[in-house]
Design a protein around this ligand. Structure first.
Ligand code: ADP
Length: 477
């Protein structure tokens, strides 16, 4: 039986070089998709370059109409896409449905935002000259997308690029190419002219050669990447020869600070949601939970009790909170971080090992006694493990929170307004959730400082990555 009719046109043909995609929960084979190399990537860029000229000549309203249809179609196919997503990625079906809706919101937002790409008339220093600026699409954009939010991260990039008048060529993560390929069918159904949105699938072994094409090609105006800091740095290096513009959304190491004046129940519930959504595999997951000493015991008691109620299993089953990790490599990394923390004095309060279900399922875990010199404090965990650290006062909380090379999201829970403002301003992070963890929405700028990346996605700012400012200097007046 076909996994999804949306997928059928894009699977590997007989005899074509291919790689396999597996179910994240069961390991069962799902499909074979084309293994692409340098030549296919170059051909996709060439086709995109030719198609982009007519696309840029449309009015923003005309482009917006297609993007709005795309948004509607994502919702129309929500169940089918969520099913694919849960199978290849592992997240519970309810979260997968949420991700499809989130993806749709970017097409809806940028369909409108494209109409607000304004230029300027600048007062000239000379009466014989006039100064005008226009903002034009950079041409063809390239994107490399991750496996943790394969539908919405692709949407956040593609919607902005297409709204700006660019074409886009995308290499999805090797673990999750199916939901990306399905969107090619959605694009066609929405009426997008062919070649403007091209998915170039590749296994891990070929990812680097496709990445090199994107970095070196003179026809790529911008490369937008979401993924690990390690690969982000590599792309930055590779792009120096062509002076490629890069938009990078890299790893986080989010502090989640709970002060003694916070609403404890709300803070506990928020910490659970932030930590365990997508099995902890998000770049804005609470990575270090910092709790005021006077409420530490009360927080721990409630937190552990709630963690022990979380249900682990195949995301296709109902009432599952935590699916599998993406693969064995992820499980091994989480295991190593826990081992090191225990060896250095950390205490496992619940969980701590591979789940009885086996595969890449991991027990939801809480570790207390975590210190700033442990790897689990310094590295992005990307798993269902909550490290707890006690702090004595506001100054120490800020110092601990800022003790990281990453700077994506941070969270502060307090009911004192002055403290909320003071601490938020002192945090070296691109986004601060104050008594709130749902910080990511199409309307708001998403991105980090320090080693968490360059640029912003979503919001007004998100379309800027795909535009150049051009000055028109008119003389002889
Ligand atoms: P993870 O290690 O969590 O899989 P990555 O940063 O490696 O995160 O993956 C994010 C994306 O980067 C995926 O699409 C992956 O295929 C891609 N990728 C991995 N290595 C490279 C590379 N050397 N060049 C270009 N892309 C790469």
């Amino acid at each position: 039986m076909s996994l999804s009719p949306l997928l059928d046109p894009w699977l590997a043909h007989p005899g074509q070089e291919r790689f396999a995609v597996h179910d994240a929960a069961t390991g069962v084979w799902l499909a074979d998709v084309p293994e692409n190399h340098v030549n296919e990537a170059l051909a996709a860029i060439e086709a995109a370059k030719a198609a982009q000229v007519d696309w840029a000549a449309l009015t923003p309203r005309e482009r917006g109409a297609i993007l709005r249809r795309w948004s509607e179609l994502l919702l129309k196919h929500q169940d089918e896409l969520a099913y694919l997503l849960t199978r290849e990625q592992g997240k519970p079906l309810a979260e997968a449905r949420g991700e499809i809706a989130f993806a749709a919101s970017f097409f809806e937002w940028f369909a409108e935002e494209g109409r607000r790409v304004y230029g300027e008339v600048i007062p000239s220093p000379s009466s014989a000259r006039r100064l005008l600026t226009v903002r034009q699409p950079v041409g063809v954009a390239a994107a490399i997308t991750p496996w943790n939010f394969p539908v919405s991260m692709l949407a956040r990039k593609a919607a902005a690029a297409l709204a700006a008048g660019c074409a886009i060529v995308i290499k999805p993560a090797e673990q999750t190419p199916l939901s990306a390929l399905a969107q090619q069918s959605i694009a066609h159904e929405a009426g997008l002219p062919p070649d403007l949105f091209r998915i170039v699938t590749a296994s891990r072994a070929s990812a680097s050669e496709i990445g090199e094409v994107f970095c070196h090609s003179p026809d790529i105006g911008v490369l937008s990447f979401t993924g690990s800091t390690r690969v982000g740095k590599l792309l930055l290096q590779q792009s120096s020869a062509s002076v490629k513009r890069l938009a990078l959304e890299l790893g986080g190491n989010a502090p989640f600070i709970v002060f003694d004046d916070a609403n404890l129940d709300e803070a506990v519930t928020a910490a659970i949601q932030s930590k365990f959504r997508n099995a902890g595999q998000t770049c804005v997951s609470a990575n270090r939970i910092l709790v005021h000493n006077t409420i530490f015991e009360a927080f721990v008691q409630r937190f552990v009790a709630q963690v022990e109620r979380l249900k682990v299993g195949n995301g296709l089953e109902s009432s599952i909170h935590i699916g599998p990790l993406i693969d064995k490599r992820a499980v091994e990394k989480v295991g190593r971080l826990i081992e090191e923390a225990i060896a250095r004095g950390g205490a496992v309060l619940t969980g701590g090992k591979i789940h009885a279900l086996g595969g890449s399922f991991f027990e939801p875990t809480v570790i207390s006694g975590v210190r700033a010199d442990m790897r689990i404090f310094r590295e992005e965990i990307f798993g269902p493990v909550a490290p707890l650290t006690v702090f004595q006062d506001e100054t120490e909380a800020i110092a601990l929170a800022n003790d990281s090379e990453a700077g994506l999201a941070a969270y502060v829970f307090t009911n004192t307004v002055s403290r909320a403002i003071r601490v938020s301003e002192a945090l070296h992070y691109g986004m601060v959730g104050i008594n709130e963890i749902a910080i990511s929405t199409a309307e708001a700028p998403f991105g980090g400082v320090r080693q968490s990346g360059l640029g912003r996605e979503g919001a007004r700012a998100g379309i800027e990555e795909y535009l150049d400012i051009k000055l028109l200097c008119l003389g002889g007046l």
